[in-house]
Design a protein around this ligand. Structure first.
Ligand code: DC
Length: 222
């Protein structure tokens, strides 16, 4: 069995960045589970199937061809790395993620990423549902205002137009959907190290997390 570290949290909390840094330090694999939901949202948009057709969406989830090549992500053979990062893609992902049959279709797929020497997986239900036996569980949070601020800066740096009040509203809407859905809602799993990164730098967050990782895997060089 591969070792597993889970990083869960709301959108914009920095969990993707944290997961990549931890995986890099350990030399482990990394799973961005949100990308799977984003890819499915895109596949739904392209197919003409409605977001209100749970069976149709689940069938798409079972049939989509996904490939991670370095930092690039391919859907059915085409590079969609940038397309899946838009706010619309995030919202569509959150909609398909609320469908129980979709979560079931993606469950084993995600578990198959756990390969030696280990996996760092980030998402919403990594520690609660997908990898409940993970040795280290992290829950990374930050206030909605701070998360919107970070997103605003990212978009501006890319030369994209954005309105802070719209971003806050979108983040709050997505949080509410992810936290209140009936299956695998966003929550801090039992035993998780809960880190509020509102006033912390990514380096400070990484230090806290690596301390927990060293305690769990004393024989691992970090
Ligand atoms: O982490 P992200 O922003 O890329 O995730 C996009 C959406 O996918 C998010 O709003 C909720 C959903 N998601 C989920 O339900 N479960 C996961 N493990 C990961 C993401």
């Amino acid at each position: 069995m591969a070792r597993v570290i889970t990083v869960d949290g709301p959108s914009g909390s920095g969990k993707g960045t944290l997961a990549r840094l931890v995986a890099g330090r350990l030399g482990w694999h990394c799973l961005d589970s949100g990308a799977l939901y984003r890819l499915l949202g895109l596949a739904v948009e392209r197919s003409g199937i409605g977001f209100d057709d749970p069976e149709g969406v689940a069938a798409l989830a079972r049939g989509m061809q996904v490939e991670f090549r370095g930092d690039a992500i391919y859907l059915d053979g085409g590079d969609v790395s940038l397309l899946i990062r838009t706010e619309t893609a995030g919202n569509n992902a959150s909609k398909v993620a609320a469908i129980p049959a979709v979560r079931e279709a993606l469950l084993q797929w995600q578990r198959d990423y756990a390969r030696p020497p280990g996996l760092v997986a980030d998402g919403r239900d990594m520690g609660s549902v997908v990898f409940p036996a993970a040795e280290v569980k992290i829950f990374l949070d930050a206030s909605a205002g701070e998360r919107a601020n970070r997103r605003y800066k990212q978009l501006k740096e890319k030369g994209l137009d954005a309105k802070l009040s719209d971003l806050i509203a979108e983040i709050e809407e997505r949080d509410a959907r992810d936290r209140n859905r009936s299956v695998a809602p966003l929550m801090a799993p039992d035993g998780a190290l809960v880190v509020d990164s509102t006033a912390l730098s990514i380096t400070e967050v990484l230090d806290l997390v690596l301390e927990r990782v060293r305690g769990a895997f004393p024989d691992t060089a970090i």
